[in-house]
Design a binder for this molecule. Structure first.
Ligand SMILES: Nc1ncnc2c1ncn2[C@@H]1O[C@H](COP(=O)(O)OP(=O)(O)OP(=O)(O)O)[C@@H](O)[C@H]1O
Ligand SMILES: [Mg+2]
Length: 585
């Protein structure tokens, strides 16, 4: 039984408290199918989110099987299913794969037979078995809604909340979905609450809740609706609602409330007698026995551990990556072409630098001319080496931002939905780090190896490669943090591109910055630390050459190493806070 007692959800508006859900008091028994209707903006979604615990109620009490949900006894993630208005499946995956991933993330199955049985049952119940191998992107609107339901059904939720799962469908598909929801409420004593705009098929519901300005204008059996509102047709209910203030409707309904509930109860008893409504006996005992929490715990479906969720997410991420041919092509093109671009310039850095002792002349004028020529060679080689290192570093920074800027922001709603269903943010972030690390290692090592093959520099290849790796890692981690904090993928991409764009001018490798600015900006510029560390690693015999052309100081390698490591840690910490944060909207 779900019971709401004087539940409110308020927001602050112009310094005043405004109730979006206003003293809602309703009772919903097990095995009940309820429609929540009302004009747009009346608070239907807000009420659903308040019941789900996504909005914390500002007053009143929510009771679930006699226990207050306000006292920290939240629904178990597997106990509640929430089908939001947006699609919760990834387009490149098939129906079967989407349901399998949902099961693996939500249910600690006892083996592959249990897993398969759950997937098959969800497919059967929602009528998706025949199109199980179809990709999500080709599904019709109605099929997508069914998939959304199937992905919730895998955990056997005891309460299923659906937000406009029929909107935008043709009348036939709409009826099919309402019938499906009706059937889902006939089994296992499941409560199904469905928000809808449509006033069609109301006879399939056990009760109708009409909301008006956040208040209950009516909650009762469907056949009492027209009588209560004194209208001939249900279509006239909304215009009728507008004729009276919501508080008057609320008090008017309060007078009829118990009579309507009695009627609902009688109909329910009849449905149970007729075998139309099946409420398992054992579960009635458990539900009605708040004194016995252990029994309830045993019955509950348990959420898988972090490692299992991590493995599911990582394999799903790779699958999505490889299914998106455009993405794979782009990644490969960037990874392969950027080092080629660098190599085109690298021969300029490898010109031999003659030393003066090799070409002593007797003629003073000739010696001065030679000295001049050597100085010019040295400057050319030095500035080419410095420029090439900076080129590598900036391109890797670009790859880093391209790797992760959209990674979390682009799937935020799906992630929030999965978090609500019991996904651990640690497993989620770890899967992102594992996936991105593979890209970072491949991109950075290929850059280091390719350029080294075509124009080997003096100095330590290994140390240079480490700095390239750290630079790409730092930019990837920081952009992942941005992705976790931003509301949309567009915002995250834009900010990440700016971040990369500022690396070059603020690094000081092209033009030295004014000292006051340099002190402030330098700690944040990954490109500088990777460049400086690499110059130290590569310019062993050409140190003088490089130093002769740059007016920016070179920092000892160890310091560069720690700073880049710090950037990675900070990026990951920001990602962690962003991923933990509740961000439904
Ligand atoms: N977090 C919030 N902050 C401020 N206003 C909000 C918030 N959530 C909802 N609202 C406002 O509360 C009202 C009710 O919103 P809600 O989304 O619940 O309406 P609805 O009945 O679901 O509408 P629709 O049928 O169009 O989906 C709207 O005016 C909306 O703008
Ligand atoms: Mg809504």
């Amino acid at each position: 039984m779900l019971e709401l007692q004087e539940v409110c959800f308020s927001i602050e508006k112009d310094g005043d408290e405004v109730n979006l859900v206003d003293h809602v008091s309703i009772r919903v028994p097990r095995g009940h199918f309820m429609a929540i209707v009302g004009p747009s903006g009346c608070g239907k979604t807000t009420l659903l989110k308040t019941i789900a615990g996504l909005n914390a109620e500002s007053a009143g009490t929510l009771l679930w099987n006699g226990k207050s949900l306000s006292d920290g006894h939240d629904f178990e993630p597997s106990e509640i299913g929430y089908v939001p208005q947006f699609s919760i499946a990834y387009d490149p995956l098939t129906v079967d794969e989407s349901i399998e991933a949902a099961t693996r993330l939500r249910v600690r199955t006892t083996g592959s037979a249990d897993l398969d049985a759950r997937i098959d049952r969800a497919l059967e119940e929602t009528g998706l078995a025949a199109i199980a191998d179809r990709p999500v992107k080709v599904l019709s609107g109605g099929q997508k809604r069914r998939l959304g339901l199937a992905m919730e059904l895998v955990s056997d939720p005891k309460i299923l909340l659906c937000d406009e799962v029929t909107s935008g469908l043709d009348p036939r598909s709409e009826r099919e979905i309402v019938k499906l929801l009706h059937e889902l409420s006939r089994k296992e004593g499941r409560i199904v609450l469905s928000v809808t705009h449509s006033l069609a098929h109301l006879e399939l519901y056990d009760s109708i809740l009409v909301l008006h300005e956040g208040r209950v204008a009516f909650h009762g059996p469907p056949d009492m609706l027209t009588h209560y509102f004194s209208v001939k047709d249900t279509e006239e209910v909304y215009p009728r609602l507008a004729t009276q203030a919501s508080d008057r409707w609320q008090s008017s309904w309060a007078k009829h409330r118990e009579a309507y509930y009695e009627k609902i109860e009688k109909l329910r008893a009849k449905n149970i007698r007729d075998g139309e409504l099946h409420i398992p006996e054992a579960k009635v005992v458990v539900d009605d026995d708040p004194e016995n929490p252990e029994k309830q715990q045993d019955d509950a479906v348990r959420t898988p551990g972090v490692v299992s969720q991590f493995a599911t997410l990582l394999s799903r991420r790779w699958r999505i990556f490889f299914r998106d041919r455009g993405q794979v092509f782009l990644q490969l093109a960037i990874m392969l072409c950027f080092p080629v671009l660098v190599s085109l310039f690298s021969d300029k850095a490898n010109v031999p630098i003659r030393s003066l002792s090799d070409m002593r002349q007797n003629d003073v004028m000739a010696e001065l001319a030679e000295q001049q020529s050597v100085r010019q060679d040295t400057m050319k080689a030095g500035s080419a080496l410095s420029g090439i290192i900076m080129f590598q570093v900036v391109l890797l920074g670009l790859m880093g931002s391209n790797n992760s800027a959209r990674e979390i922001a682009g799937e935020r709603l799906i992630y929030e939905k999965e978090k609500f269903g019991g996904l651990s943010p640690t497993a989620y972030l770890a899967s992102k780090v594992a996936f991105l690390s593979c890209l970072v290692v491949a991109q950075s090592l290929w850059m280091a190896v390719f350029v080294n093959i075509f124009s080997p520099f003096d100095g330590s290849f290994g140390q240079h490669a480490v700095f390239l790796l750290l630079c790409n890692g730092a930019m990837t981690a920081v952009c992942l943090g941005i992705s976790a904090m931003m509301k949309t993928a567009e915002q995250a991409s834009l900010l990440s591109i700016y971040l990369v764009g500022f690396q070059l001018p603020l690094s000081g490798a092209v033009l030295a910055l004014p000292e006051k600015i340099e002190v402030i900006t330098r700690p944040f510029i990954s490109a500088y630390w990777a460049w400086s560390g690499s110059v130290e690693a590569l310019a062993t015999t050409r140190n003088l050459a490089v130093k002769s052309v740059i007016s920016t100081s070179i920092t000892p390698q160890q310091m560069c190493f720690y700073l880049l490591g710090l950037h990675i840690v900070v990026g990951l910490l920001i990602s962690w806070f962003g991923a933990k944060r509740h961000q439904w909207e």
